[in-house]
Design a protein. Structure first.
Lengths: 441, 487
């Protein structure tokens, strides 16, 4: 027991006890103090909950428009003279054709502009996304037989048009300081009333790669990169972490060395994440010579960072298995190793899994170490192996948050929503696992 | 990829060895498994491990050593006048030889011989094979490239032969040892235990790796910039690292402004997080009913599960502009990225951290202390303020220190919300910058690796690591002592 002196604030009990009025006053004061103290607690909790609510509200309010994207429905004539003048249908020729011109021709026709009207065509070009050619090229490459035909195609509208449709551009601003001109606005209204321009669900947000234009920028590369990293973390951190936990919990003698290992693990859990990034840069990239921006390097760094979390969770799960299980196994002739791998570990598995998922969720949201190893990269193509350049979800959020274009603002929050959904799902799975397999001994 | 193939082959051999060994053991048992010391699978694993492990370890060891060996092979071929040039130039020659060697690999031997004899342009020839060379290689480069190819062929065939030989040897020897009396289980379990011990040392290796790698780079840095200029200077102005520049290139690397910014922002964060987190923890553990606890606690812990980049974004797009506009409304100039913005948002991030740590600490205080105090007539708040909290104080201090270490090492919030100007100012409405921000900004983008502008990041990292390590060790020992006190 500690020797704590209880001082309730009485100046002198003998005096106040004599005066009933003073006693009553004193009690009222103490009750008020009690009430105030509880109110502080409630206020603190309310503040915390308000912060949660505010955070989610802000992100969702700014982010939801990113899931809609303005698309133009245009009758595109796949003119053989533009796509394949040589008429040989060679892939190289088809790849090199000027598809933006096809899209432009379609929109001139739609708006009734003469193709030689330089001013009007320049303005009309501004309605189209500069990434429209990529989509058209994909269409043609997938099915070269459409060359020579005319088809309705959904094409991305320019980021500025998108901003108008979402109300992000104020039409009251004078034309000179507005990013979209009066003529363009008139066309936009005309296209909207004609049913040619509308907002559709933005699948591109999930499938496209990096782009300098907000409307053609997507999370595809980042999602794949994050996926590779999570697989690496799973393959590296979980076996190592569980093995280390088994050793420390079941075999390690209580000595200096074990103490040292334990202190090390708990300290590693509190090392700033950016330091792990420096470790990855110095050792994995500069010394071992792994490529920069590779998701394998990111995965290894995150695995080292997650390792302490997994070890701590696995140790807790292993200790929770009662000794009687071990004793029963040993009693019928199992070796210690058998008792652990055949009995203790399967019983501890739900706890280990829960800890692993929480560790993975932490790793998925981690940004700082990935900045160190070159994951801030402009990657357009999907990575095929963990050694290809890639980005990660939180890094993509970071890159978009520093981009200048207006359209990236909503995409940043939209990407954050995607990340938060992944994290919530993972945590939910962890909770469900715990509920389902939780066992009271 | 051939190395991967070889490893896969060895593993497949191990699988085959397992099958053969279990069959052999079954034979040995004469139909009665109780004649054996161990269960069948242990005999299988015994032989499989002897087959796989030595060969696989050799392949791994050689994969690590090979680049160094190849490097010295190339070096031995270089003329003396190249070796005396600067490090960067030698590295350039090195990599060009690697490219040429790679190009030669794509030619058939007759093509190569013909090309070398007829003095045709190698740039064109290799270019047609998809290997781009900048300039026509010199004679010594060609010689070195050929030597490199000879050696890497030798290495490839050599390692394959030796590894497979080792696997076979391990298989044969262990099969010979297979008798009914062999204590296969004990042997296999010894190897398993070695694996477990190995896994538990990874944490130590990681710490060692962190310290060593950062120490080496920091020593490099201090060779270019004297330590007193780093630790004592109040000016942070690293300039840009121009490619190929030598010497200190005129940058100034004063730690003090960054240290000040880090400390200031962390202080603001703690001022927000500690009272709120502590009060929330007290209410949760001392007042709240079980129902309120089960609902509210996970909701508060949501804050702990949100990635810090999201907090940074919140500060950047919402809280910073809000503070700036609020300041403008009352006529106080507030910078959109300021100490207050970063510190406050970081404080929100730390609330669940502080509250869950102090929750543990408060729950560790024995109930008898509370009962004693209540029995003497104290109200609950008096009990908490005068009995529980003083008893829990060491633990609470530990929690605060851990939170401080978190705040100091936090990166994304400050990267997005604190600004990049290295100011020493006491005005919380002005931007400051932190060590972590500078580590990020010095290391993203194209880097010239040996310039002080890049190396300073490692010096900052080591400083950060030392500070947080000190705080952590102290805090953890305080918390541990506190726990033991009441156990």
């Amino acid at each position: 027991m500690t020797d704590v002196t209880v001082d309730t604030g009485y100046t002198s009990p003998s005096i106040s006890a004599l005066d009933p009025e003073a006693v009553r006053r004193r009690v009222a004061q103490r009750r008020a103090a009690e009430w105030r103290f509880q109110a502080y607690g409630v206020a603190a909790i309310t503040f915390g909950l308000l912060c949660v609510a505010l955070l989610f509200t802000v992100i969702v309010a700014k982010g939801w428009p990113a899931f809609l994207q303005s698309t133009l429905k245009l009758e595109v004539a796949f003119d053989p003279a533009v796509i394949d003048p040589a008429g040989k249908r060679v892939t190289d020729d088809i790849m090199a054709a000027d598809y933006q011109a096809l899209a432009a021709a379609a929109i001139y026709k739609q708006l009734g502009i003469a193709p030689d009207d330089a001013v009007a065509t320049a303005l009309a070009d501004g309605l189209l996304s500069t990434g429209a050619d990529v989509d058209l090229r994909k269409l043609v490459l997938a099915d070269p037989s459409i060359i020579g035909k005319t088809q309705s195609v959904y094409l991305l509208a320019n980021g500025n048009v998108d901003a108008v449709l979402k109300g992000a551009i104020d039409r009251a601003v004078p034309e000179a300081s507005r990013q979209i001109k009066d003529q363009q606005l008139a066309w936009v209204d005309q296209l909207v009333t004609g049913g040619r321009l509308s907002k559709a669900f933005n699948w591109g947000l999930f499938t496209r790669g990096a782009s300098s234009q907000p409307e053609t920028a997507g999370l595809g590369v980042a999602v794949i990169g994050s996926f590779f990293m999570m697989i690496t973390v799973l393959l590296v951190a979980v076996p190592l972490g569980v093995a280390a936990a088994i050793y420390l919990e079941e075999f390690a003698a209580k000595n200096r060395w074990t103490d040292f290992v334990e202190v090390n693990i708990s300290n590693l859990a509190a090392v700033p994440s950016i330091v792990f990034g420096l470790l990855g840069l110095a050792i994995l990239i500069n010394f071992v010579g792994l490529p920069r921006s590779a998701s394998l390097v990111g995965g290894l760094v995150l695995a080292l960072m997650t390792l302490p979390t997994v070890i701590i969770a696995a140790r807790a799960a292993i200790t929770a298995v009662p000794p009687s299980i071990r004793q029963a196994a040993l009693g019928i002739g199992a070796s210690k190793m058998q008792s652990i791998f055949h009995h203790v570990l399967p019983l501890a598995m739900p706890g280990i899994l829960t800890g692993t998922i929480i560790g993975l969720a932490k790793a998925l949201g981690e940004t700082a170490p990935l900045l160190m190893i070159g994951m801030v990269a402009f990657v357009v193509d999907y990575p095929r192996t963990p050694l290809d350049p890639a980005t990660a979800l939180p890094v993509q959020i970071y890159m978009w948050s520093t981009a200048q274009e207006r359209g990236f603002v909503e995409r940043t929050s939209g990407a954050t929503m995607v990340l938060l959904v992944f994290l919530l799902a993972m945590n939910l799975i962890a909770v469900i696992l715990r509920r389902r397999f939780e066992r009271k001994w | 990829m051939t190395r991967l193939l070889l490893s896969a082959l060895i593993l497949a051999l191990g699988g085959a060895a397992y099958g053969l060994a279990t069959d052999r053991a079954r034979q040995l048992s004469g139909g009665k498994l109780s004649n054996l010391h161990s269960r069948l699978s242990y005999y299988g694993f015994f032989v499989a491990l002897w087959t796989v492990l030595p060969a696989l370890l050799l392949v791994i060891a050689w994969s690590i050593a090979e680049p160094m060996v190849m490097h010295s092979v190339v070096q031995s071929q270089l003329p003396a006048d190249i070796l005396t040039k600067s490090k960067a130039e030698v590295a350039m020659v090195d990599s060009s030889i690697g490219t040429i060697a790679d190009g030669f690999q794509r030619l058939t031997p007759t093509e190569l011989a013909a090309a070398l004899a007829s003095k045709t342009s190698l740039v064109d020839l290799l270019g047609s094979k998809g290997v781009a060379l900048g300039t026509e290689p010199e004679a010594f480069q060609i010689a070195a490239a050929q030597q490199l190819n000879r050696w890497s062929d030798l290495s490839r065939y050599g390692i394959t032969t030796i590894a497979l030989g080792l696997a076979a040897l391990g298989f044969v020897l262990s099969m010979f040892r297979l008798t009914g009396k062999l204590r296969a289980r004990n042997a296999v379990e010894k190897i398993m235990l070695a694996g477990l011990v190995g896994a538990s040392t990874v944490a130590i290796l990681t710490t060692a790796g962190i310290v060593l790698s950062m120490l080496l780079e920091t020593i490099h840095f201090f060779q270019k910039v004297p330590p007193q200029d780093f630790f004592l200077s109040t000016v942070w102005d690293p300039r840009f690292s121009a490619a190929g520049s030598t010497g200190t290139a005129g940058g100034q690397f004063g730690l003090l402004p960054l240290l000040w910014g880090t400390t200031y922002i962390s202080l603001v964060a703690l001022v927000v997080a500690v009272p709120i987190g502590l009060l929330a923890a007290i209410y949760m553990s001392e007042y709240a009913s079980k129902r309120v606890r089960t609902v509210v606690k996970p909701m508060l812990e949501l804050l702990a599960g949100i990635p810090t980049i999201v907090y940074g974004l919140f500060a950047l797009i919402s809280f910073g502009p809000f503070l700036r506009d609020a300041g403008a409304a009352i006529g106080v100039p507030v910078s959109a990225s300021s100490v207050l913005t970063a510190g406050f948002v970081m404080g929100i991030m730390l609330i669940p951290f502080v509250s869950s740590l102090s929750d543990d600490v408060i729950n560790a205080v024995p109930q008898t202390l509370r009962d004693g105090s209540l029995g003497l007539g104290a109200t609950r708040s008096e009990t908490i303020k005068q009995v529980v909290l003083p008893a829990a104080l060491p633990g609470v201090i530990g929690a605060v220190l851990l939170a401080a270490s978190r705040a100091i090492g936090e990166t994304m919030i400050v990267v997005l919300a604190a600004g990049i100007a290295a100011n020493i100012t006491v005005n919380p409405l002005q931007p400051v910058t932190t060590m972590t921000v500078k580590i990020v900004s010095q290391l993203t983008g194209d880097l010239e690796f040996n310039s002080p502008q890049t190396l300073v990041a490692f010096a900052l990292g080591l400083t950060l690591f030392t500070i947080t390590l000190g705080l952590n060790i102290y805090a953890l020992s305080v918390v541990r002592r506190f726990r033991e006190h009441y156990e």
